[in-house]
Design a protein around this ligand. Structure first.
Ligand SMILES: *[C@@H]1O[C@H](CO)[C@@H](O)[C@H](O)[C@H]1NC(C)=O
Ligand SMILES: *[C@@H]1O[C@H](CO)[C@@H](O)[C@H](O)[C@H]1NC(C)=O
Ligand SMILES: *[C@@H]1O[C@H](CO)[C@@H](O)[C@H](O)[C@H]1NC(C)=O
Ligand SMILES: *[C@@H]1O[C@H](CO)[C@@H](O)[C@H](O)[C@H]1NC(C)=O
Length: 509
C-alpha cells in the first residue's frame, strides 16, 4: 500500500513511475505540492548557470602522518572543496572493507598502469544542468582531479542516459561502460523512484543485477554508489523518501562504497541552513547546478582520499589481496542473477535488422548532436519487418535462446501525449510472438514524449527458418493520429524473466 501511495505521489509529480523511459518530459500540468514535502521557492532572477562561489572553497590539511607518507599523499590533498567540512564528512556513507576500491587507489598511487573510470546514471550525471559539460559537471571534475594526482593515464566514459532507470543499464550496458573499466560510479536514486519495502523491492533487485554485471567485468572494477536526494521543481521529498537506505544492504553485501549527497545537503538545508548551499541555490528543475555538481565531486574525492590514508595506516595484507580472487557471492535476493547475456540494438545496428519497410521511414527526429533515430510510420496498414535471427548464423537472437526456445525481447518505442497510433506486433518464419502496442499516452495530466520499452516473448520454434518480427500500423487509435515510432530492441538471456515482466507492468499506467 505504501508503494501504491508513493507511486501515486510520483505520478502526480511526474517523475514517471520509475521511468522505464528514455527521453524528455516536455512539460507537466498540475502544480500540486504533496503533503509532507519541503516547499522549494526560487528567488526572482534565479540563475541556473550561477558559478561556484570561490570564497567558499577550502582545502584539507592532514596531520599526524610521518613526513615520508605526507609527501606521498600531498598531491592527493591539493584539492579545494566547496562542501563545508561537517557536511563532507556526513556524506561519506558505507565504506566497509573496500577491497576493490583499495586496490584501485593502490594502482592510482603507484601510477603504473592506465586506469579507466566510468559512470552510469540518468540526466544528473549526464550533466544536463552543469553550465559547461566536460568542465563543471561532477564527473569531469572528478576525472580531471584523478588525472592530476597520478602518473597513470586516466581514461573516462560518461555512460549516463537521461531519464533511464537502473534496469535500462542492466540490459544496455554495452553502450555505456568500457568492458575494462576499473572504477564505476552508479547514480540512479532519483530515476529509480521510491519504494521503501524490505522484501522483493523491485528497485533494489534491479540495482543488484546492475551491481553484479558491473562487478563481473574483467578488471574487477570498484563500484561506488553516488546517492542523490529527491529534489523536484517545487519541493523536496523528506530525508527518508528514497531507496538509498534499503540499497545500503547491497553496499554491505557486495562491499560497494556509498557517498550521499542527500545526507550532505539535508545538513546544510534542514539541520543548519547555510547560505550558498540552499536547495534554491544549488538545484534547478530536479538537477544540481554547478555548486551541486561540485559537491558531488567533493564527496567522491573525499572517499578516495580517506581510502588512500587508510592504505598507509593499514596496508593491504596478502589475505586481502587473495580475497579479490573470490567469485561473487550468490545474489542477496534469492535467484536474482544478472542476465547471462544482453544485447541492445539501436541506431545503425537496429536499422540493419530491417528487411522490408513499406510505409515506414528510417529518420532522425532529433538533431545531429542529440539524434533520435527510428522507424516512423503514419499510415494504417504499413508493415515493418525486422529479421531477428537467421538460420545457422549466430547473432543476438541465437545467443538469447539459451535454455529455452522462448526469449524475451524488449522493444523501444515512442510513447507520447501527441496524436499517436497503435500497432500489432507478430512474428513470421520460424518464430511466434503476439502483442498490441499503443503509442499514445492518454493520461491527460502529462505532456510527455518518452522512449518506452515493451516486453515481447518470442518463441523460435523452427530454427531452420528465419525469425522475423512484423510491426503493422492499425486503423484503431485512441488519439486522432496514427503515427508510430520504433527505435530499438534488446535481446537478453536471463534467469529472471521477472525483471522483464516488471517492465511490462509499467506500461499501462
Ligand atoms: C530560498 O530558500 C530558503 C530556504 O527554504 C528560503 O528561506 C528563501 O526565502 C528562499 N529564497 C528566495 C529568494 O525565495
Ligand atoms: C560567496 O560566499 C561569501 C562567503 O560566505 C559570501 O560572503 C558572499 O556573499 C558569497 N557570494 C555570492 C555571490 O553569493
Ligand atoms: C483498415 O480499414 C480498412 C477499411 O475498413 C481495411 O480495408 C483495412 O484492412 C484495415 N487495415 C488494418 C491494418 O486493420
Ligand atoms: C520457456 O519460457 C516460457 C516463457 O517464459 C515458459 O513459460 C516455459 O515454461 C519455459 N520452458 C522451459 C522448458 O523452461
Amino acid at each position: 500500500m505504501e508503494f501504491v501511495q508513493s507511486l501515486l505521489v510520483i505520478l502526480a509529480a511526474f517523475c514517471l513511475p520509475s521511468s522505464y523511459i528514455l527521453g524528455n518530459v516536455v512539460s507537466v500540468r498540475g502544480e500540486g505540492i504533496p503533503r509532507g514535502t519541503i516547499p522549494l521557492i526560487y528567488p526572482a532572477g534565479f540563475k541556473q548557470e550561477a558559478p561556484v562561489n570561490t570564497s567558499l572553497l577550502w582545502s584539507k590539511s592532514v596531520h599526524g602522518l610521518n613526513p615520508d607518507v605526507a609527501n606521498k599523499l600531498r598531491p592527493l590533498f591539493d584539492y579545494q572543496f566547496v562542501l563545508p567540512e561537517q557536511s563532507l564528512r556526513a556524506g561519506l556513507g558505507y565504506v566497509g572493507a573496500a577491497r576493490r576500491l583499495r586496490k584501485f587507489v593502490t594502482d592510482l598511487l603507484a601510477g603504473r598502469r592506465s586506469l579507466r573510470i566510468g559512470v552510469v546514471g540518468g540526466s544528473i550525471s549526464y550533466d544536463m544542468f552543469a553550465s559547461r559539460r566536460g568542465v563543471t559537471d561532477w564527473f569531469s571534475i572528478f576525472v580531471n582531479w584523478l588525472a592530476s594526482v597520478t602518473k597513470a593515464e586516466v581514461k573516462s566514459l560518461n555512460g549516463c542516459r537521461p531519464a533511464t532507470p537502473s534496469l535500462y543499464m542492466v540490459f544496455c550496458m554495452e553502450h555505456s561502460v568500457d568492458p575494462e573499466v576499473d572504477l564505476v560510479v552508479i547514480e540512479y536514486s532519483l530515476n529509480d523512484g521510491f519504494d521503501d519495502s524490505i522484501k522483493k523491492n523491485r528497485i533494489v533487485m534491479d540495482k543488484e543485477q546492475l551491481v553484479r554485471r558491473l562487478m563481473k567485468l574483467q578488471n574487477q572494477p570498484a563500484v561506488v554508489f553516488l546517492q542523490v536526494p529527491h529534489v523536484w521543481p517545487k519541493y523536496v521529498h523528506p530525508f527518508h523518501h528514497t531507496s538509498e537506505d534499503v540499497e545500503g544492504a547491497l553496499a554491505a553485501y557486495y562491499d560497494v562504497q556509498t557517498v550521499s549527497l542527500r545526507t550532505s545537503m539535508f545538513l546544510l538545508n534542514l539541520h543548519h541552513p547555510t547560505h550558498g548551499f540552499l536547495w534554491n541555490e544549488t538545484y534547478f528543475n530536479r538537477h544540481p547546478i554547478d555548486t551541486g555538481h561540485k559537491a558531488m565531486a567533493d564527496l567522491v574525492i573525499h572517499l578516495i582520499q580517506e581510502v588512500a590514508v587508510g592504505l598507509y595506516t593499514w596496508p593491504a595484507s596478502e589475505q586481502e589481496v587473495s580475497w579479490l580472487k573470490m567469485p561473487l557471492p550468490p545474489p542477496m535476493h534469492d535467484g536474482n542473477y544478472e542476465p547471462m547475456f544482453a544485447s541492445c540494438l539501436v541506431v545503425d545496428a537496429f536499422a540493419n535488422l530491417c528487411i522490408s519497410k513499406e510505409g515506414w521511414q528510417w529518420i532522425n527526429e532529433g538533431t545531429d548532436t542529440k539524434p533520435k533515430w527510428g522507424f516512423v510510420s503514419t499510415t494504417p496498414g504499413s508493415e515493418l519487418i525486422l529479421r531477428l535471427g537467421t538460420p545457422g548464423v549466430s547473432g543476438p537472437a541465437t545467443a538469447a535462446v539459451v535454455k529455452n526456445t522462448t526469449f524475451p525481447l524488449l522493444i523501444h518505442y515512442l510513447l507520447s501525449y501527441a496524436p499517436m497510433g497503435q500497432v500489432s506486433v507478430d512474428c513470421l518464419g520460424g518464430c511466434y510472438c503476439q502483442k498490441r502496442v499503443n503509442g499514445h499516452l492518454s493520461n491527460t495530466l502529462m505532456e510527455v514524449s518518452v522512449t518506452h520499452m515493451v516486453l515481447l516473448d518470442v518463441t523460435w520454434k523452427d530454427h531452420s527458418l528465419p525469425c522475423d518480427m512484423r510491426v503493422t500500423v492499425l486503423n484503431d487509435t485512441t488519439s486522432d493520429g496514427h503515427k508510430f515510432k520504433v527505435s530499438g530492441v534488446v535481446f537478453a538471456a536471463t534467469n529472471s524473466l521477472a525483471a522483464f515482466h516488471a517492465i511490462d507492468n509499467w506500461i499501462e499506467f
